[in-house]
Design a protein around this ligand. Sequence first.
Ligand SMILES: [Zn+2]
Length: 457
Amino acid sequence: MKTKSSYFCQSCGYESVKWLGKCPACNQWNTFVEEIIDKSTKTQNVWKTSGGKARVAKAQPIEEVADADIARVLTGDTELDRVLGGGLVPGSVILIGGEPGIGKSTLMLQLALKLKGQKVLYVSGEESESQIKMRATRIQNDINPHCFVLTETATANIFKQIEQVEPDLVIIDSIQTLQSPFIDSTPGSVSQVRECTAELIRYAKESYTPVFLIGHITKDGMIAGPKILEHMVDTVLQFEGDRHHIYRILRSIKNRFGAAAEMGIYAMQGNGLREVANPSEILLSERIEELSGIAISATLEGARPMLIETQALVSPSPYGTPQRSANGFDTKRMNMLLAVLEKRCGFRLNAKDVFLNIAGGIKVEDPAIDLAIMAAIISSHEDIAISSKICFSAEVGLSGEIRAVNRVEQRIAEAEKLGFEQIYIAQGNAKSIDPKKYQIEIIPVGKIDQVFSLLFG
Ligand SMILES: [Zn+2]
């Protein structure tokens, strides 16, 4: 057998015949590694050659094509089902990325144990069967009897076991441990990860079996190995959170079968992950007394409304250049909001340090959080607390105008449900809603300074 090698960028998967110092695709330095590949057999496929029952593709009238939504399987994990866009789609391949130790294996093992009446094959390249069993009994005492575990890294053997077990769902922990017989390079290398993923995708599509792939990501947020993995699979989920913090967030980054940006929240406990059905409860910290620098925002993550606490600290800067830092919020956007406060409202913040924090360790991209952030900053600056019964939901523009946000009624309803007494929204939003429908007092505002005179006099 003639072997051939190629150089791959370990960061983005770019292939080159010779070593390069700088990757032309992702511009990173020293990322090229030589990997031995065997082109002559690369196009073959373990799944097919091992004689699995493949589905023969045939053209069919569009009317007769089964609707993916109808065929979806609910996993029993409501957070996961929501993030997937309403359950598992047959034949879909889902990548779950996250830093090592964050709980990806726990999430997947829990799913395998929970899926009653479904045959699940849990393949681990990192733990022995007995280690998995130990973990399983800690998570759940009532175990799915159709859950099969396998410690294996060779795709050829995995496909043999798949033929025997005929699972309804396959979980691979992790894609970086797998090894295809057609590629000589080490597990976790770009060409290896790419080939193993391709084999599993072929299996998933031909057998209509959904496959979950666990992928470890590096510190800078990349799925270790190739970025191309993200393009190959149908759905990319990210499992994030601070290892020392109990909350975990499952986010969809890409989803061919549903909306991206959906989010699920879990709490990590001694016996596994618990779904958090009401996220507002955890995102609002318990306050005994009212403190300055805190404002609550009614935001929307995916389709779910939640109330989130924003905290700001504004203090005189001891150095020439003021410090600006934001946790869970885009720093550029914070600087823009600070510029609006300076220019349009006359607050002198250029000699102040400004620190911003979103409670619960989550990242918010919903622009409706703008108004709460500005209110928190001015509350800290003026040292005047905002009542804990007030919340905000509006975007703020460059001239200090308060802008309408989408699905404001859902936000108002959530705020009312949680016992808030007032909500500040944009005039543009207020036109379309009937305030008599709500118990909560709706305060429409047009300009940012109007908000401050109502709040701080
Ligand atoms: Zn690259």
